[in-house]
Ligand binder design. Sequence first.
Ligand SMILES: Cc1cc2nc3c(=O)[nH]c(=O)nc-3n(C[C@H](O)[C@H](O)[C@H](O)COP(=O)(O)OP(=O)(O)OC[C@H]3O[C@@H](n4cnc5c(N)ncnc54)[C@H](O)[C@@H]3O)c2cc1C
Ligand code: FES
Length: 264
Amino acid sequence: MRSLKYVLNKIIKAKIQDNRKIIDRHYLLTLEPSTAITTPKPGQFYMLSVNNGLDPLLKRPLSVHNFLDGKLQFLYRVVGKGTDLLSSRVTGESIDILGPLGNGFTVSKTKQIILLAGGLGIAPIYYLAASIAGRKPVLIYGAGTKETLIYRDQIKNLGIETVIATDDGSYGKKGNVVTVLKKYLKDTSLPYTDHIIYTCGSEAMLKPLAEFASEHGIKIHAAMEQNMACGVGTCMGCVVKTRKGLKRVCKEGPVFNLNEIEWE
Ligand SMILES: Cc1cc2nc3c(=O)[nH]c(=O)nc-3n(C[C@H](O)[C@H](O)[C@H](O)COP(=O)(O)OP(=O)(O)OC[C@H]3O[C@@H](n4cnc5c(N)ncnc54)[C@H](O)[C@@H]3O)c2cc1C
Ligand code: FES
């Protein structure tokens, strides 16, 4: 169990350098920590105090979207009270952040890497893609429509092979990322099992993906989400069922071997 001292040591103040709307309900937050921080691992997250007062009391978890020149970036969607309050915070204000938390992605040294991002799953996957661009990963990124695709140009600038898809075909390939992945693997000359997938997206996307990967013997690791209270492993509020028992998303995760998840 984490000691209070451990948690307090991880809380730092950060100044909002920018908090801009990029598309409807989606914001890019850039924070300058008050002290130098170590480089977070892609897939790790921070708990952010969205407001200065006590309401809401609980911090909100957001994945690291980028870490540039000592500054942290988070890409978030407004879904409720906390993220709405966060979107109203302005440049120059200070907020408390706790992290980096969780395990992050461990990158294979031998397999062909496929990065798969559904919708806002691009938040941690973008950071992973930027960190391992030299390993020549293939990025498959999809959203509902052209309007909800985030960062088309920045993604192209990563200089890695990228397949973009939209459900309605308004941009890139038509279909969801799982369909696009199946076609990609069918067309490539490498055996399915020479690939490893790193992914983030909704449960509706992860479930069929896990089934597909398991059928074809493909390793797959996913950054998962659960509602969180403490973020540091003490409240047991964020557990998922795995073949190896209950695991805390904030502590043993958020990145899990997807083949080990027992879906409800
Ligand atoms: C490890 C981790 C990393 C995350 N990274 C990001 C990120 O990079 N960008 C981003 O936009 N969001 C991310 N989230 C989700 C984000 O934390 C929630 O959207 C946020 O806490 C909602 O707070 P709220 O007060 O606005 O909404 P609330 O009022 O708390 O909730 C509004 C609605 O969202 C649902 N909800 C709340 N939290 C979650 C969750 N974790 N998963 C699914 N549904 C949820 C609630 O059930 C409710 O229906 C992450 C969550 C986790 C656990
Ligand atoms: S949020 Fe408390 S144990 Fe994970």
